[in-house]
Design a protein around this ligand. Structure first.
Ligand SMILES: Nc1nc2c(ncn2[C@@H]2O[C@H](COP(=O)(O)OP(=O)(O)O)[C@@H](O)[C@H]2O)c(=O)[nH]1
Ligand SMILES: [Mg+2]
Length: 357
């Protein structure tokens, strides 16, 4: 573990690149406080984070990055805790990023997660970090990917990203992960059937958790049937799936990524509370990782790179637009549209041109 007087913590005032260098040197040498600071910088998207990533990104690329998504209460955090234990038995260092979409006021779920994961608190080869998603999906792919890259560069060889599946966020997180696990629980109600289709779209492995509950087998069969339907729709309607609408992730992430899949996602049953099915899940993760290294994996990696860069680009373009709105001249252009002296398309073109200046 780190010492509290590490030089990493005492360089106030230095420029971002210099501060980043001190932090990355310390973090890659096992200083967990420096690692925590880097992840805070990533979460807050500070200049230090960007400078650090410039150093760390070339060192990353070895970890298996696994996204775990599903409805609240499906058992994601419980599953993550037992997966950590199983991976530790295999001698792997595990990093966890829990993307928490809740506001600080409703942080109860997060507290529960902390309690569940406390078993690993003293283990230096386990690092767990919660991150707020700041109420918007934009940039989530880039932030999650950056956090995973930092852990990857610091020699964590399994990185788990837990996120609540609410629609857009899991598509973004899938863009950061090598393998996406979608977690379901038996009998969670018909109202979630609609989201399921969107969730299944990004699944590499589907897990029915709470295998101790009645209906687990039936849910697994239903999901297998749904996966057949999703694959059929995907093949017939490539690039026009509803899940991409309004997305900051380019459509190709959903079309290129794993489709046509080498085979349908596996459906497994686990009981996170007892550990039943966890070795099988870890084996399935390893199998999928093996698949990813062959031909189709290269296309998937390229699609993910595109999604991450696109995510940053979309966010920066929005910020530039907002900035240009504040500038003098914008109001005049808008007024011209209001007065029908300029059409809205020409106005948008002019504003776009100011972005390039
Ligand atoms: N019966 C049963 N309960 C489970 C299982 N896994 C998780 N739970 C419970 O389901 C609740 C929600 O779990 P949690 O991991 O917080 O779900 P998350 O919101 O998806 O992270 C908790 O009370 C867990 O103890 C399981 O396999 N079987
Ligand atoms: Mg949770």
């Amino acid at each position: 573990m780190s010492t509290s007087s590490a030089p990493a913590t005492g360089v106030a005032g230095a420029d971002p690149a210099a501060r980043a260098r001190v932090l990355t040197d310390a973090a890659t040498n096992g200083d967990r406080r420096a690692l925590a600071r880097l992840l805070t910088a990533v979460e807050n998207r500070t200049p230090i984070a960007e400078a650090a990533l410039r150093v760390l990104y070339p060192k990353a690329g070895r970890a298996h990055i696994v996204g775990i998504t599903g409805a609240p209460g499906a058992g994601k955090s419980t599953l993550v805790a037992v997966l950590i234990a199983e991976a530790r038995r295999a001698g792997r260092a595990v990093g966890v990023v829990a993307v928490d979409p809740s506001s600080p006021i409703t942080g109860g779920a997060l507290l529960g997660d902390r309690v569940r994961m406390q078993a690993h608190a003293a283990d230096a080869d386990v690092f767990i970090r919660s991150m707020a998603s700041r109420g918007h999906a934009g940039g989530l792919a880039a932030t999650s990917a950056a956090a995973a890259a930092v852990l990857d560069a610091c020699d964590f060889d399994l990185v788990l990203i837990e996120t609540v599946g609410t629609g857009q966020s899991e598509v973004e997180v899938a863009a950061a992960a090598d393998t996406t696990v979608v977690l379901e629980a038996p009998e969670m109600g018909d109202e979630i059937q609609a989201i399921k289709a969107g969730l299944l779209e990004v699944a590499d492995i589907v897990v029915v958790n709470k295998g101790d509950r009645p209906g687990a087998q039936r849910t697994a069969s239903q999901l297998r049937a749904m996966l057949v339907a999703v694959a059929r729709v995907g093949a017939a309607d490539r690039g026009h799936h509803g899940a991409t609408e309004g997305s900051v992730v380019p459509p190709s992430i959903l079309t290129t990524r794993g489709r046509p899949r080498p085979k349908q996602p596996e459906v497994l049953i686990t009981t996170a509370t007892s550990g039943d099915g966890i070795p099988e899940l870890l084996a399935a993760l390893n199998r999928h990782r093996g698949l990813g290294r062959e031909g189709p994996g290269a296309a998937a990696r390229l699609a993910r790179a595109q999604a991450q860069v696109w995510s940053i680009l979309a966010e920066r373009t929005r910020a530039s637009l907002a900035e240009s709105h504040r500038r003098a001249g914008t109001t005049a252009i808008l007024q011209a549209v209001a007065d029908h002296e300029l059409d809205p398309f020409a106005a948008a073109d002019r504003l776009l041109a100011t972005l390039r200046e």
